[in-house]
Design a protein around this ligand. Structure first.
Ligand SMILES: Nc1nc2c(ncn2[C@@H]2O[C@H](COP(=O)(O)OP(=O)(O)OP(=O)(O)O)[C@@H](O)[C@H]2O)c(=O)[nH]1
Length: 303
C-alpha cells in the first residue's frame, strides 16, 4: 500500500476467470457476482464470444472477472479464435475458477478442460460446483468428492447463482487468492466493455432466445450507427443480424416478421435502462455466407 492509498490495509485486487464446459453456468455466475447484466446467458451452449470483464467491488478486494467462452475442441475458424481468446485470457489471470455443474456427472469433457489448466501454472485454481439448487444434498456431496479427486484445489465451493447460495463465500475465497493491490478499476465501473458491444450482445441474446440447433454459432450482431436525436429524447440504433443461410434468416424473422418484432421489443426493453434514454431500434437481418469459416468476414463482424 502506498502513502496515498485509499484502500484499506490488506486490500486485494486481480483477475479471475471461470472455465468449464459450455452451459455450466459461467455467465450466470459472473452476472450474479457483479450484480448487473454483463455477460450473455442462454439456455443454449456456446453463446459467450468475447472476454467480458465484470468487476466485483467488495470491502476486502476487487475481483475483475474475465468471462471466457466455453473451452472446446476447435472445429471451425471461429472455434479456433474462441480458443485463442481463452488461451490468452488464462495465461494472464490470478485465479481460475473451474466450474462443474451439480446436476451432471463429472465427465470426459470436464477432465479435458481440467487437463488444459496445467498450461497455466501461474493461476491459482478453485473448483466451483454450480447449480446446487437443482439437485439433492447427497448429489452435491458426490460431486464435491469427484472434483476433489481430480486434483489439488485452493478451495472447492458449491454454489447456486440463481438461488444466490454461497456467492459471498465464493467471492471471499476468490479475493483471498488475489495479490495485495490497490483497486485496479474505479468503484463505479462494473464492466469494461463498450456500450456498443453491450447493445449488440443484448440483441444477440434476444435473437437466440427459444431457437435451437446451430443458430447460436451462426448469428452475429453488428451496430451500424447510434444516433442521438437533438429534437427528441430519443436514441436511434441501427443494427444488423447476420446469419449464414436463408433458412436461418427465416427462423430469425419468423412468420410475418413476428419473431423479429419480438426480438426488437425485448432488446429495446433492455437497452433503454442501460443507456437511460428512449430507443428507436432498427434491426436488419442479413446473410453472410459461411462467415464462421471466412477470416475476412470474421474480422468485419468484430471477431
Ligand atoms: N438451476 C440453476 N440453473 C442455472 C444456474 N446457473 C446457470 N443456470 C442455467 O444454466 C444455463 C447455462 O448458463 P450460462 O451461464 O449461460 O452457462 P455458461 O457456462 O456461461 O455457458 P457458455 O456461454 O455456453 O459457455 C442457463 O439456462 C442458466 O439459467 C444455477 O445456479 N441454478
Amino acid at each position: 500500500m502506498t502513502e496515498n492509498s485509499t484502500a484499506p490495509e490488506g486490500f486485494r485486487a486481480g483477475f479471475v476467470s471461470f472455465v468449464g464446459r459450455p452451459n455450466v453456468g459461467k455467465s450466470t455466475l459472473t452476472n450474479a457476482l457483479v450484480g448487473e447484466k454483463v455477460a450473455i446467458t442462454s439456455s443454449k451452449p456456446q453463446t459467450t464470444r468475447r472476454a467480458i470483464r465484470g468487476i466485483v467491488h467488495r470491502p476486502d478486494g476487487q475481483l475483475v472477472i474475465v468471462d471466457t467462452p466455453g473451452m472446446h475442441r476447435p472445429r471451425t475458424l471461429l472455434g479456433e479464435r474462441l480458443n485463442a481468446v481463452v488461451q490468452n485470457t488464462l495465461a494472464d489471470v490470478d485465479v481460475i475458477g473451474f466450474c462443474v455443474p451439480a446436476n451432471e456427472k463429472v465427465g470426459p469433457g470436464d477432465k479435458f478442460i481440467h487437463e488444459q489448466l496445467e498450461q497455466f501454472p501461474r493461476a491459482r485454481k478453485v473448483a466451483i460446483v454450480t447449480k446446487i439448487d437443482a439437485v439433492a444434498r447427497p448429489v452435491v456431496a458426490e460431486r464435491l468428492l469427484a472434483v476433489s479427486a481430480m486434483g489439488d484445489w485452493e478451495a472447492i465451493v458449491p454454489i447456486s447463482s440463481t438461488s444466490r447460495i454461497q456467492l459471498d463465500v465464493l467471492g471471499k475465497e476468490l479475493v483471498q487468492l488475489l495479490p495485495v493491490s490497490e483497486p485496479l478499476y474505479p468503484r463505479e465501473m462494473t464492466t469494461e466493455e463498450t456500450l456498443e458491444a453491450r447493445i449488440a450482445e443484448l440483441i444477440r441474446e434476444s435473437a437466440l432466445e427459444g431457437v435451437h440447433d446451430e443458430l447460436p454459432h451462426s448469428l452475429a450482431v453488428t451496430i451500424d450507427d447510434i444516433v442521438e436525436r437533438d429534437d427528441k429524447d430519443l436514441v436511434e440504433i441501427y443494427a444488423n443480424l447476420f446469419v449464414e443461410r436463408d433458412s436461418q434468416k427465416g427462423i430469425v424473422i419468423g412468420k410475418g416478421g413476428e419473431r423479429l418484432q419480438r426480438i426488437g421489443a425485448e432488446s429495446r426493453a433492455q437497452i433503454e435502462p442501460l443507456i437511460g434514454r428512449r430507443v428507436f431500434l432498427s434491426l436488419r437481418v442479413k446473410i453472410a455466407k459461411e462467415w464462421q469459416r471466412d477470416a475476412k468476414q470474421l474480422g468485419r463482424l468484430g471477431f
